[in-house]
Design a protein around this ligand. Structure first.
Ligand SMILES: Nc1ncnc2c1ncn2[C@@H]1O[C@H](COP(=O)(O)OP(=O)(O)O)[C@@H](O)[C@H]1O
Ligand SMILES: Nc1ccn([C@@H]2O[C@H](COP(=O)(O)OP(=O)(O)O)[C@@H](O)[C@H]2O)c(=O)n1
Length: 671
């Protein structure tokens, strides 16, 4: 997951390969609650690991359920099975509507004393209709802030009050179907002696989500009947029965971004279409019908159980005018696809967007306009005019409103024909449903290497290149290439193979370097099966690296390995010749220096802190010798590229040096 302040997506051109989607949030949290209400242990597979499931798991733990996270997306939940939950309890539910609503209903029907709260946005999301329905039954629930909004307090300290179950429970269905879902999930708790009937007031929106709820209730032994989605009957004698094991389907809404990417950029130039795994045409989720909308816009889609394949069909995409009531979440993706269409696209019946993580109609309109689009909005509709010519597009910094779907659907603007990057602010918000969304996108999206930004930081030894480069990479979410580590590794491999580092052995050393079995993984460096991270950091290894790096054939042998680090979304490369030889067209080159005295002192501190003894005068002599060799060698000598910016950081702190490089980078961005 990217936890950077923003993530710049370079312009993307194609999509291919396959992507495995994470489990559905709606299904994950429903399954967790049902397992928590059942007797016995339920093994939940393919559970989504996200902010919303995290708060649900924490809440279940606090309520006294057994929660064992076995790793690999498996959680074992031992349910209450008729026991009273731990009380009193305070539950923090973040911004997870799928936890707040059903837990409110279940706890109101179980007795005890609870406070349920969330982040500030959760306290702006209405829950009054559910609270009213529960109050009708006789439950005592207070809104602690504004009436009709969380935080809530359930006050059944003295036990559950007598419930009025004879009359049908009436709940509005036209604001959010989550209220009805909450009641359907919880009311079997009290459907013992008699049937419990729920009547929906007003037209039911997001019916597909109710379909998921009913399917999952059936998996847990509760057979709800309904008359045309307006009247639901939970039969007397209902009892939650754990299915033992249950698999969570991948999120069909998450599939929409890849279906869109496929429709826009897959199957081109004879390439195969984009394959999407984890959800297929047999899905129980309503958002799978996004496939039909994408097809209407021109996508070529094939699929089967648990898989889809998508490629570009019509291009430009075809504009549509669609009632989106059946695909409320995935429909946001259509709003961005509309930028690539042949006319104005109108999305209707999307009033529920206004009460989601943010006011999504307003948010989408505002951010689409930043890209250059002409957008109109109404209380429950949005219409988007396309950007047919490259010149119509603008580079934009997309505000994401702590809304995962805004972040994910705007990533699709990176396929723009103008070759403009797109900045996604607060990319971490995708953690709600798809923590590794951007990683998944980068694994299937392609772009010519020259479009992937590289920041080069070259300079003499101990100037702080590695330290600064690694931190710049971290701030921008970019990959990091420590090219010196490659020379150090090549030198170590030579020593281990018994090859002296001398010009006469140049062909053998180059051969060794060309096939170096080196892996960079999670901050560690492996040579074949050996962790050499520390072994290559000694001063001796540095000297040997300097010697082996003077051999032109060795340098040549390591070029391909270094170029391979230029991957989406970008790279920060540190070394001696990053800007002069390896990435000569890099958009930012920095030559980082510090005086020899300062560098010797820094290296001394660094070695002492690692428990390696050294004297400053020896170190200074060594580094000056290394500087001299690096600067005077014929192959790629150490020198600043002509277009490099010079940064002498003798008097700067690390943070100041990093801030300067990031500021230079930002100044060159179009946002
Ligand atoms: N601006 C700075 N001020 C103080 N110390 C620094 C600064 N930059 C780097 N250092 C320290 O100097 C040491 C050498 O830095 P390093 O990144 O290993 O250099 P290089 O990669 O150029 O050889 C590290 O211990 C680092 O923490
Ligand atoms: N791009 C690069 C990186 C390192 N090198 C060589 O590899 C040696 C070790 O690199 P490094 O960056 O790990 O070394 P330090 O700067 O940490 O001493 C340097 O002394 C250089 O001679 C190079 O020639 N070209």
């Amino acid at each position: 997951m990217y936890s950077t302040a923003f993530l710049d997506l370079p312009p993307l051109r194609q999509a291919s390969g396959s992507v495995q989607l994470p489990g559905s949030k709606s299904i994950s949290n429903r399954v967790l609650l049902l397992a928590a209400l059942s007797e016995g242990t339920t093994e939940v597979h393919d559970l989504l690991a996200s902010d919303d499931t995290r708060v649900m798991l924490d809440a279940l733990r606090a309520l006294g359920c057994g929660v064992h996270e076995a790793g690999g997306g498996v959680a074992c939940i031992t349910g209450l099975g008729g026991r009273r939950p731990a009380s009193p309890a305070k539950l923090f539910l973040g911004n997870a509507g799928t936890a707040m609503r059903p837990l409110t209903a279940a706890l109101a029907l179980l007795g005890g004393e609870y406070e349920l709260s969330g982040i500030p946005r959760m306290h702006e999301r209405p829950i009054g209709d559910l609270v009213d329905a529960l109050r009708q039954l006789g439950c005592r629930i207070d809104c602690l802030g504004s009436e009709g909004y969380p935080p809530l307090r359930i006050d059944h300290e003295g036990g559950l009050p007598p419930l009025r179950l004879d009359a049908p429970i009436r709940v509005r269905g036209d604001v959010s179907s989550q209220f009805l879902t909450a009641l359907l999930l919880a009311l079997p708790l009290v459907a013992q002696e008699q049937d419990v009937v729920i009547e929906v007031v007003g037209a039911l929106i997001s019916r597909p989500y109710i379909h998921i709820t009913l399917e999952l209730l059936a998996r847990f032994g509760i057979a709800v009947r309904h008359d045309d989605w307006q009247r639901f009957v939970i039969p007397a004698g209902s009892q939650y029965r754990s299915p033992g094991q249950i698999h969570v389907e991948a999120d069909a809404s998450s599939a929409s971004y890849f279906i869109a990417a496929g429709a826009m950029a897959a199957g081109l130039d004879g390439q195969k279409p984009l394959k999407i795994l984890g959800v297929g045409l047999d899905s129980i989720q309503g958002d799978i019908r996004f496939v039909e909308a994408a097809q209407a816009m021109g996508a070529r889609v094939a699929g089967g159980p648990g898989w889809l394949e998508v490629g570009r069909g019509a291009w430009p995409l075809k504009a549509i005018d669609l009632d989106c009531n059946h695909i409320p979440d995935a429909a946001m993706t259509l709003a961005v696809m509309a930028l690539y269409a042949d006319g104005v696209t109108t999305l209707r019946n999307i009033a529920s967007w206004r009460v989601k993580e943010t006011d999504r109609i307003a948010a989408m309109a505002c951010e689409l306009r930043k890209l250059g689009a002409t957008v109109e909005e109404g209380p429950d509709w949005l219409s988007v005019a396309p950007l047919p010519r490259a010149a119509d597009w603008r580079a934009a910094s997309i505000h994401t409103y702590d809304d995962h779907r805004v972040a994910m659907c705007f990533s699709l603007a990176a396929f723009n024909p103008a070759g403009l990057p797109v900045r996604i602010e607060d990319p971490r918000c995708v953690g709600k449903t798809f923590p590794d969304y951007f990683e998944a996108l980068f694994a299937v999206a392609q772009t010519p290497p020259e479009r992937i930004p590289v920041i080069c930081i070259d300079g003499p030894t101990a100037s702080g290149k590695g330290t600064v480069a690694a931190q710049v990479a971290q701030q921008l979410g970019y990959h990091f290439l420590d090219s010196g580590a490659m020379y150090r590794t090549a030198a170590l491999a030579a020593m281990r193979a018994g090859i002296a580092i001398e010009a006469q052995h140049e062909p053998r050393l180059a051969e060794l370097a060309r096939h170096l079995p080196v892996r960079f993984e999670g901050g560690r460096i492996w040579l074949a099966g050996d962790d050499i991270t520390d072994a290559i950091r000694t001063e001796e290894a540095g000297m040997n690296a300097s010697r082996v790096s003077a051999l032109p054939a060795v340098r040549q042998a390591l070029v391909a390995l270094q170029l391979g680090f230029r991957r989406l979304p970008g790279l920060v490369a540190d070394g001696r010749d990053m800007g002069t030889v390896i990435f000569p067209a890099a958009p930012l080159k920095v030559f980082l220096t510090a005086s020899a005295a300062v560098r010797a002192e820094r290296r001394h501190k660094q070695l002492i802190s690692k428990g390696i003894s050294a004297t400053i005068s020896d170190l200074r002599a060594d580094l000056e010798a290394r500087d001299a060799r690096d600067a005077s060698r014929s192959a790629s000598p150490l020198k600043a590229a002509e277009d490099a910016l010079l940064l002498d950081n003798s008097l700067l702190t690390i943070d100041e040096a990093v801030a300067q490089v990031v500021a230079w980078w930002q100044a060159r961005q179009p946002f």
